[in-house]
Design a protein around this ligand. Structure first.
Ligand code: HEC
Ligand code: HEC
Ligand code: HEC
Ligand code: HEC
Ligand code: HEC
Length: 413
């Protein structure tokens, strides 16, 4: 009783102060009005993507279909954010948002607002949107992970064009950074772990030594492919960059790997040798979240297309926490237990041996490389499932096919 009276008094004080500087009263949760005010302050510095849509319809619509536009929406993100906030490391409330909604870097005192918005399942704050990239002036690669430097308040948006058309909404400036991998590295190179795992926990591996990168490719060459279109509504067509960020979704996936399958029958025993050639110039998969994995699945169908044998190999990374327990959360990771990711442009050879299918003239060998469905301890998966009922995002419970090879093998008599 006494406490609720105290709370309402604090609220009263806080609301009378909102016309001046916003003061967040200790202990009491901020009011809706305070949240709205904080959000408008944030969006003054980082204009909401809706503002850009008016003139950059094509770009906006592409970005809207990309995973980047949902970076604080997914059930898996909400469930793991919650696990993080309840862990000993969780005192730093802004941590996840430094990459998932990087404007938090300039508003660290508003971290709780970002948390509340993400938890709602239907945030109105942007995650990784237009201003969050186009206000970056520099990336400091000496830091681990690398850090972006934002230029706020100047109304200048940085981009790839020198010969931009002037407009009334913003100044434009060409910045070489926008055609370099550096821009992406501040979020994609590594994530903080319980102890500094250094190189052992790089998400991309030795990408800079790959053939693709040595031949001049940057992240954008593959993940923001060049096309021809309007950069701003009604302007002349020119070279533009695809903002759907193809990755797990999109055609780029078919360029991820080649499978070569050899089947050898040796009487009662059959051996299938699969050469998995990764064409990706970085680790496959990249290992954040830590449950991310790619699986090579073999299935053999015998008489009447009945499945007679299945087996698989897993490419991913497993971690232990400071107590030596296995964990699926990289923020708890203190040690890498096992690392089977496909290294940049690596060819891995796998062999599978099984009894030769009986009573049939032929059998089928299906080999598929998939992004695995989300995996982890049952309570976490239940939590992700529960979160899936909020909002409408895919809960990532289904594997995604990358490439598939099927062969029909005759059985010699
Ligand atoms: C501010 C941080 C940040 C920057 C900068 C950034 N990304 Fe990302 N990126 C993310 C986050 C967070 C996700 C995951 C979104 C989700 O699924 O929730 C993501 C997802 C992606 C995906 C989809 C991956 C998949 O699994 O399908 C691709 C591709 C991608 N980014 C490429 C890029 C490229 C290329 C650049 C540089 C031009 C870049 N990103 C810059 C944070 C960033
Ligand atoms: C250094 C940047 C960075 C930090 C810090 C970071 N993430 Fe991510 N996160 C990313 C990127 C980049 C991706 C996309 C990776 C990909 O698709 O390969 C991603 C993807 C994810 C995904 C899968 C996509 C989705 O939205 O469901 C989850 C879940 C996730 N992060 C949770 C977290 C949580 C929880 C934290 C805080 C403990 C966190 N991340 C901290 C950069 C970061
Ligand atoms: C993850 C970072 C990232 C995000 C998010 C992002 N962009 Fe870009 N954008 C880039 C990069 C990098 C380039 C240059 C690519 C190149 O030239 O290879 C670019 C290019 C552009 C261009 C010029 C080329 C073109 O395709 O028209 C415009 C305009 C643009 N972005 C607007 C936007 C708008 C509007 C949004 C939000 C709807 C947005 N961007 C979201 C990174 C980003
Ligand atoms: C009033 C219309 C208008 C609005 C609103 C607008 N832009 Fe633009 N923008 C343009 C025009 C016109 C160009 C030039 C296009 C060209 O040269 O073909 C442009 C160019 C750009 C470029 C390329 C700059 C360069 O030098 O490479 C970027 C990046 C960009 N806008 C981002 C944004 C973002 C982010 C927003 C929202 C915060 C936004 N724009 C809002 C009209 C607008
Ligand atoms: C030569 C083309 C190429 C270049 C260059 C490239 N990638 Fe990829 N990337 C791929 C392919 C192919 C895949 C796998 C299939 C897919 O997801 O589309 C992939 C997958 C990804 C994924 C999502 C899959 C996962 O395992 O989580 C992310 C995130 C990503 N790349 C980020 C980057 C970043 C950041 C850079 C720059 C340092 C980069 N890529 C450079 C081709 C490329």
């Amino acid at each position: 009783m006494g406490q609720s009276k105290y709370m309402s008094m604090v609220r009263l004080v806080a609301t009378t102060l909102t016309c001046g500087v916003l003061i967040l009263s200790g202990g009491s949760p901020p009011t809706l009005a305070q949240d709205a005010k904080a959000q408008s302050l944030i969006e003054k510095a980082f204009p909401h993507s809706n503002k850009c849509k008016r003139c950059h319809e094509r770009v906006y619509e592409e970005w809207e279909t990309s995973p980047l536009s949902k970076s604080i929406h997914s059930p898996a993100f909400r469930a793991s954010l919650d696990a993080y906030l309840n862990s000993p490391a969780g005192k730093d409330k802004a941590l996840c948002f430094r990459c998932h909604a990087p404007h938090v870097r300039e508003f660290s005192n508003q971290a709780q607002l970002f948390v509340d918005q993400a938890k709602s399942g239907d945030p109105s704050l942007d995650g990784v949107a237009c201003a969050q990239c186009h206000l970056i002036k520099q990336v400091d690669r000496a830091k681990h992970p690398p850090e972006p430097k934002y230029e706020l308040g100047s109304k200048t948006l940085y981009g790839p064009y020198k010969d931009f058309v002037q407009n009334l909404a913003h100044q434009s400036m060409e910045l070489g950074l926008f055609q370099k991998s550096d821009l992406c590295l501040n979020c994609h190179q590594s994530v903080p772990s319980a102890t500094n795992l250094g190189k052992a926990n790089d998400l991309l591996g030795n990408w800079d030594q790959s053939q693709a990168v040595k031949s001049g490719k940057e992240c954008q060459s593959c993940h923001m492919p060049e096309q021809v279109g309007e950069s701003a509504n009604g302007e002349k067509k020119r070279k533009v960059a695809n903002h759907t960020f193809p990755g797990r979704i999109g055609k780029l996936r078919q360029e991820a790997a080649k499978l070569d399958v050899q089947t050898k029958i040796d009487g009662e025993k059959t051996t299938v040798t699969v050469k998995v050639q990764s064409l990706v110039p970085h680790n496959l998969p990249t290992t954040h979240p830590a449950w991310a994995m790619v699986t090579l699945d073999l299935s053999v169908k015998g008489k009447n297309l009945r499945t007679v044998f299945t087996d698989s190999r897993v490419y991913g990374r497993t971690y232990a926490d400071t107590k030596g327990q296995k964990t699926i959360f990289d923020f708890e990771a203190a040690k890498v237990l096992e690392d089977t990711v496909l290294k940049p442009e690596e060819t891995r050879v796998e062999t599978f041996t099984f009894p030769t299918p009986k009573d049939t003239r032929t059998f089928d060998v299906d080999v598929t490389l998939n992004y695995g469905a989300i995996a982890g301890p049952a309570p976490f998966l239940q939590r992700v499932e529960a979160e899936s009922s909020k909002g409408s995002q895919d809960p990532v419970f289904q594997p995604i096919e990358i490439v598939k090879r099927s062969e029909n093998i005759p059985v010699m008599k």
